[in-house]
Design a binder for this molecule. Structure first.
Ligand SMILES: Cc1cc2nc3c(=O)[nH]c(=O)nc-3n(C[C@H](O)[C@H](O)[C@H](O)COP(=O)(O)OP(=O)(O)OC[C@H]3O[C@@H](n4cnc5c(N)ncnc54)[C@H](O)[C@@H]3O)c2cc1C
Length: 591
């Protein structure tokens, strides 16, 4: 296996503000440099650990290449193979050393999942569902006694973890779970219900379960449930389109007695626990996607060089070269964002949920484009099961469905960003009154708002990327500055036009989300390219080219989305959807 591409390593001091979100600032028209520049570095300890681990992962998984393919067909992972994963320490990646884990940072963890994904996505999922979501709640919310009791066995893989939220009636609408936990006189809880599509459901010994508790403190509570307790069972392995050997089952609870000490976090705060786990875990999914893309680029490049048509290698044809370049750009952009977000989490940032959601949406869609194009380069071969492309396409498809569908995440990104714009609008209302009570505070708020509006309408003044960017990158910086102002402007206008009704304007929200996605991903790429230039890295020249390419594509998309706020075919879309949904079928024919 080829040498892994290193994540940028330029040593530079971090100016990160832990209490700020770069994306929320974008909605206010600001490029918050402190949280974007310089591009973060991998911790030295992680670099050393990765140096030791990545080769062994390659050796272990490459030796089982044919078996991995067979297990995908058969849809199972043999226990002996899972034992191999245990022996390599892959269940203890992010568990603290005092509990027997390897204590990797999120950045290094995402990099490990990238390595496993190059071989087999189901392997990444077995490890990833365990660490990213299955036992993440225990790490984030568990008390000392719970950690001491479970973490050592989770680190060794004696216990594999699963995250049990989804139910037949509660998918995207996760708050509507029906699994119920009733408080008993002795302080324990009686748990009843069924979860569906639970990754690791059939092999887990440790379940993080979310149940309705209807207490005065809140409607949902998280519990730690041991798989071997009376009343806990799981269904058969689901027969899936992709990630076929990863265990996916129902998990049922019939009068399960859960002791009071197994409440995870506070009673009634289960929804918060669930969302924090999903936010924190998203870099695992993103890291896996990046690793898959790197492998697809390797495979497709080789295929393009080897395959001869019209007397030439197909790698000489523009339409093939275009695909290779786009795959590389998608991978570089996804990697730049995923490792930026991992850095936020590792540094203790308080508010990174929008950045995490953006990195998940972008990386999951990027790998699907990449898998599609790699298969297209291989063409007939790509369609054959004998080659790996169709498996990559099948495996990648899940990434925009689970851990929050990309539709729900786009709505979340837009609405959360707009919330801050909305608060700034109500601040203005309040400020008008404040002028009479507290003039300095009141004028202060109005002053900065007026300056921002002026800057948005004229493009003069306001916040700018103040740092001197590498000369070639200055033009990219200027485009992102312009569109940060545009994002603030269209957000402001949308809020004024729709008020609270904005939540129902999904076409508008999607455009706003997509502008913020292009801005954040573009700025991560810009930061990374700039840091490579500052470090005189040999890859800096190509990184600048990738940065320019991303900016050019993003600018076209952002322009379309900004214009689409005024001129669009939304009414036609609504009309056709209403008509077809009403009929239930396509009404035309050519006969
Ligand atoms: C292989 C696999 C593994 C999984 N692993 C786990 C796991 O380990 N633990 C776990 O708890 N869950 C797991 N899930 C469940 C997964 O998280 C859900 O499938 C996902 O949340 C979406 O729910 P749903 O499939 O019910 O889709 P639905 O919520 O029914 O959505 C259907 C479609 O409608 C869209 N939609 C829904 N609501 C809105 C809205 N308000 N606005 C616009 N569009 C909307 C969705 O984006 C989607 O396109 C897994 C699923 C699969 C397939």
């Amino acid at each position: 296996m080829a040498e892994p591409t290193p994540v940028p390593s330029n040593p530079a001091p971090s100016t990160l503000r832990l209490d700020r979100s770069a994306v929320k600032q974008l909605f206010l028209g600001d490029i918050f440099e402190e949280n974007l520049f310089p591009y973060p570095t991998m911790r030295e300890r992680d670099r050393e650990m990765l140096g030791m681990m990545l080769d062994s992962i390659d050796d272990f998984l490459a030796a089982q290449k044919d078996d991995l393919r067979k297990w995908d067909d058969e849809a199972h992972q043999p226990e002996a193979f899972i034992q191999g994963l245990r022996d390599m320490g892959l269940f203890g990646l992010i568990i603290p050393e005092e509990h027997g884990g390897l204590a990797l940072s999120n950045a290094a963890y995402a990099r490990v999942l990238g390595q496993t994904s190059g071989h087999d996505s189901s392997v990444s999922l077995t490890i990833g569902a365990h660490s990213s979501i299955g036992m993440k709640g225990l790490l984030l919310w568990g008390n000392d006694a719970q950690k001491a009791r479970y973490l050592p066995r989770l680190a060794s893989g004696e216990l594999i973890a699963a995250f049990c939220l989804t139910e037949s009636g509660a998918g995207s609408d996760a708050a509507s779970v029906r699994t119920k936990a009733e408080l008993q006189d002795d302080g324990s809880w009686l748990l009843n219900g069924e979860k569906i599509w639970i990754t690791n459901g059939g092999i887990a010994g440790f379940y993080t379960v979310f149940a309705r508790t209807d207490t005065p403190e809140g409607k949902m509570t998280a519990f730690i449930v041991d798989a071997d307790w009376a009343g806990v069972s799981h269904g058969p392995h689901e027969d899936k389109m992709g990630i076929r050997s990863s265990s996916t089952t129902t998990v049922s609870f019939a009068d399960v007695k859960v002791p009071a000490e197994n409440v995870l976090g506070e009673v009634g705060r289960g929804f918060k626990v669930a969302m924090s786990i999903l936010n924190n875990g998203r870099t695992g999914l993103g890291g896996g996607a990046v690793g898959g893309m790197k492998q697809l680029i390797r495979l497709a490049s080789q295929q393009a060089q080897d395959r001869k048509q019209f007397g030439k290698s197909i790698a000489e044809f523009g339409l093939v070269r275009e695909k290779i370049a786009q795959m590389t750009l998608d991978c570089f952009a996804a990697e730049s964002a995923v490792f930026m977000v991992a850095h936020y989490i590792d540094s203790g940032c308080e508010d990174y949920s929008l950045e995490a959601a953006i990195s998940k949406v972008f990386a999951s869609e990027a790998i699907q484009r990449t898998a599609h194009e790699a298969l297209q380069i291989a063409a007939g071969n790509g369609f054959m099961k004998e080659f790996p492309y169709e498996k990559f396409s099948r495996d990648a498809r899940i990434l925009s469905i689970f851990e929050g569908t990309n539709e729900i995440l786009r709505l979340y990104i837009a609405l959360s960003g707009l919330k801050d714009v909305g608060s700034s609008l109500s601040e203005i209302k309040a400020a008008v009154n404040e002028i009479f009570n507290d003039p300095i505070k009141g004028f202060g708020v109005l002053g900065s708002y007026a300056q921002r509006r002026f800057s948005q309408s004229t493009g003069i003044g306001g916040d700018r990327i103040l740092r001197p960017l590498a000369p070639r990158l200055a033009a990219c910086g200027a485009v992102y500055e312009k569109y940060a102002s545009e994002l603030a402007r269209v957000s402001d206008e949308a809020l004024r036009a729709y008020g609270r009704g904005i939540a129902d304007q999904q076409f508008v929200l999607k455009r706003i989300a997509d502008i913020s996605i292009d801005l954040f991903i573009g700025l991560c790429v810009l930061s990374r390219a700039d840091s490579l230039v500052q470090a005189s890295d040999p890859a800096a020249d190509e990184a600048q080219t990738l940065c320019e390419m991303f900016m050019a594509q993003a600018r076209r998309r952002m322009l379309r989305n900004v214009r689409g706020m005024q001129r669009n075919e939304d009414a036609a879309v609504e009309r056709i959807a209403t008509s077809i949904l009403g009929r239930g079928s396509y009404p035309w024919d050519v006969i």
